[in-house]
Write a protein that binds this ligand. Structure first.
Ligand code: ZN
Length: 277
C-alpha cells in the first residue's frame, strides 16, 4: 500500500535531510500538510485529509486503504489522533489501552482492527477481520497476540473469525446461520465436487461474487461442480451479493425449508458423506 504521505522521521530514515525536504517543497515534489508531515502531489486524498486534520488514517478507513473488503455504509473518514494531537479525546477513533503514537500516515491492520472494535458492529467487524486474516495469512491467535490490550468483546470477535473465508458474503452467511444454531462447515472438500464455501447438512452454499464467477471458464466449472454435487446427492445453493445483503430474510426462509426437509427425510442411523449434523 502506497499513500505517498510521510512523516519527517520516515523521510529522514530514507536518507533525506531537512534541506532536501525544503528543496522538494520548493520544486513542487512535496507538499507540507502540517508540521512534520509531507505528501507528494499524487498522495491518497483520504490520507492527506486525515493528516491535515492532525491525525492519521485509522480504523475502518485504514482497513479500506489496506485493500480489505469493507461492508457498505461505512464511508466516513476515520481518523486517529495521538495523545498530543490537537483534537485528541474530542472526536476521532481510538483503540483500547494506552494511546499509540501516530508513527505512519496509515495505521497497521491490527491497530486499525482494534480501533474498529468501537466503530463496527460484530458482523461487520468479523467480516473485515476474516478478510484481513485471509489476505495476510495471519491466524486469529497471532492477531490476538498483537492486540494485548484489546477489549473483551474484540477478543471474542477474533475467536469467531475464520481466515478460510473467501468473501465478505461468505462470512456474513456463516455468522448469521451459526447465530441461529445451524452447524456450518467452512470450505469443506466435497468428493467429486471440490472445495465449496459452506455446508449445512446436505446443502452446499456457494457465495458467488460477480468478480469471480463471470468468466467462461468459471461458468463451465461451476456447472460441472453443480452436476457432480447432484450425483453425490448434495444440493447446491448459489447466493449473490444482493441475495445476502438485500434479501436475506427470503434466503434464510429457503435455507430453513431445505434443511428442515432434509432432516425429515433422514432415516435414523443412516450415514451421509462427511456426516450431516
Ligand atoms: Zn472508527
Amino acid at each position: 500500500m502506497t499513500t505517498n504521505v510521510y512523516s519527517r522521521s520516515e523521510l529522514l530514515c530514507r536518507g533525506t535531510d531537512d534541506s532536501d525536504i525544503r528543496a522538494a517543497i520548493r520544486d513542487g515534489h512535496l507538499v507540507r500538510l502540517r508540521r512534520g508531515w509531507y505528501a507528494t502531489p499524487e498522495a491518497d486524498p483520504d490520507t492527506v485529509a486525515a493528516v491535515r486534520a492532525g491525525g492519521v488514517l485509522a480504523c475502518v478507513s485504514a482497513l479500506a486503504a489496506h485493500g480489505l473488503w469493507i461492508p457498505p455504509g461505512h464511508d466516513r473518514l476515520h481518523i486517529r489522533f495521538s495523545r498530543h494531537g490537537e483534537r485528541a479525546g474530542r472526536w476521532g477513533c481510538h483503540g483500547y489501552g494506552s494511546t499509540l503514537p501516530c508513527a505512519a500516515a496509515v495505521d497497521t491492520v491490527p491497530v486499525a482492527l482494534d480501533c474498529a472494535g468501537r466503530c463496527l458492529g460484530r458482523e461487520d467487524w468479523i467480516v473485515v477481520c476474516d478478510s484481513a486474516l485471509n489476505s495476510t495469512g495471519m491466524s486469529p491467535t497471532e492477531l490476538r497476540s498483537q492486540l494485548p490490550a484489546c477489549a473483551a468483546h474484540v477478543g471474542r470477535w477474533i475467536n469467531d473469525s475464520d481466515r478460510r473465508s473467501q468473501s465478505g458474503t461468505e462470512s456474513m452467511v456463516r455468522l448469521r446461520l451459526r447465530a441461529l444454531g445451524y452447524a456450518v462447515e467452512v470450505q469443506p472438500e466435497i468428493p467429486g465436487v471440490g472445495r465449496v464455501d459452506l455446508r449445512v447438512g446436505r446443502l452446499l452454499i456457494e457465495c458467488d461474487s460477480r468478480a469471480h464467477h463471470t468468466g467462461l471458464d468459471t461458468y463451465c466449472t461451476d456447472r460441472r461442480r453443480d452436476r457432480a454435487a447432484l450425483v453425490g446427492r448434495w444440493m447446491t445453493m448459489r447466493l449473490t451479493y444482493s441475495d445476502v445483503v438485500s434479501d436475506w430474510d427470503a434466503v434464510l426462509a429457503d435455507i430453513a425449508a431445505i434443511v428442515r426437509r432434509d432432516r425429515h427425510r433422514l432415516r435414523p442411523g443412516r450415514k451421509l458423506p462427511l456426516g450431516v449434523h
